[in-house]
Write a protein that binds this ligand. Structure first.
Ligand code: TXA
Ligand code: MG
Length: 311
């Protein structure tokens, strides 16, 4: 893997690699992505192979602007315009009917496509230089934590890609909210920085939130986003190794902020760091029950060891 400097030359080199069907690691404001030209069968096959991703789990498409979104997806749903105006570029992914131009392998043979316009300027610039939508799942091996900086990339994944673009630490820190507009009732199928309350406030009508363990979204398996070290809930860390809200008592404790946005920004980095300590068990203090913490609780619920009996 070649680390490309994110200047004009580096971005152009990345775009050329993508245009000939290569794959590379790219920054977004949520988490780092493993990108290919979404219209390249070679590129898409390489992504599934590199991640070890099941073929029934479709890929999010990233567009540079609304014209590109229209080329991929049917945007006639009345909510699309206001959602796009309010949240794009940004961490909201919309599931819409796919146009026939979309590569079937990139959407697991389905009839819908998940699409977003990312806020990270480097990513949008790269898409514009490639002239193609970029399919980009999170840049982790299937089932592992999503990386929020380049040092969190698994060497086994790095070995299989041609380049990585360093866009610095991700500012949002958890994956985008996924909002499905293809059913009768608009449904949040993955929670994220854009909360159901904000979507409800904008759209006015009824929306649903599907819990991650109710299934339905391919790839939203209950155990996901997990560190290798077994992770358990605790009400208070005390002397235990792990992640909490209090001032650390020793080296194997990390304090995260008491506000959900900065907590989310630091969460995967904290889990990654804690996973490197080599301790037998890790603990995480329960975050508050309010809706603002929903996406964080969702990620942690997937990361904690299900056999803990402590839930
Ligand atoms: O923030 C993000 O969304 C990051 C960055 C890189 O953009 N990407 C990301 O991709 O998290 P991934 O592949 O790790 O997660 C995408 C999720 C998967 O659970 C997949 O099943 C779901 O989106 N998805 C993709 N296409 C879909 C579709 N047509 N309908 C429903 N869910 C879909
Ligand atoms: Mg992922």
């Amino acid at each position: 893997m070649k680390i490309l400097t994110p200047d004009a030359d580096g971005l152009m080199e990345a775009a050329m690699i993508l245009r000939r069907g290569g794959i590379g690691i790219v920054p977004t404001e949520t988490v780092y992505g493993l990108a290919c030209d979404a219209t390249s069968a070679t590129g898409v096959a390489s992504i599934y192979r590199a991640k070890g991703r099941p073929a029934d789990n479709p890929l999010i498409h990233h567009a540079a602007n609304m014209d590109m979104v229209q080329q991929i997806a049917d945007c006639s749903h009345p909510a699309v315009k206001s959602l796009a105006e309010t949240f794009w570029p940004g961490p909201l992914t919309l599931v819409l009917p796919a146009r026939s131009t979309v590569l079937p392998e990139a959407i697991a043979g389905g009839s819908t496509v998940a699409v977003r316009i990312p806020a990270h300027p480097m990513m949008r610039h790269l898409i514009s230089l490639t002239f193609k939508p970029l399919a980009a799942p999170s840049a982790n091996l299937s089932g592992q934590l999503s990386p929020t900086s380049l040092e969190q990339i698994d060497p086994k994944l790095a070995d299989q890609v041609e380049f990585a673009l360093d866009g610095g630490p991700c500012t949002i820190g958890i994956e985008s909210t996924i909002f499905d507009l293809t059913g009768e009732i608009p449904t949040v199928v993955r929670t994220g920085h854009v909360t159901p309350a904000r979507l409800r406030a904008l759209l006015g009508g009824q929306i649903e939130v599907r819990r991650h363990d109710e299934g339905g979204t391919p790839g939203s398996y209950a155990q996901h986003y997990a560190p290798r070290t077994p992770l358990y809930w605790t009400d208070s860390l005390g002397e235990l190794p792990g992640i909490g809200f209090q001032k650390p008592r020793h080296a194997n404790q990390i304090r995260l902020p008491k506000k959900p946005e900065p907590y989310a920004e630091g969460l995967y980095r904290a889990l990654f760091t804690a996973d490197c300590w080599g301790v037998e068990r890790l603990y995480v203090e329960r975050p508050p029950q309010s809706q603002a913490w929903m996406a964080i609780r969702d990620r942690l619920e997937r990361a904690v060891t299900k056999a803990s009996g402590l839930e």
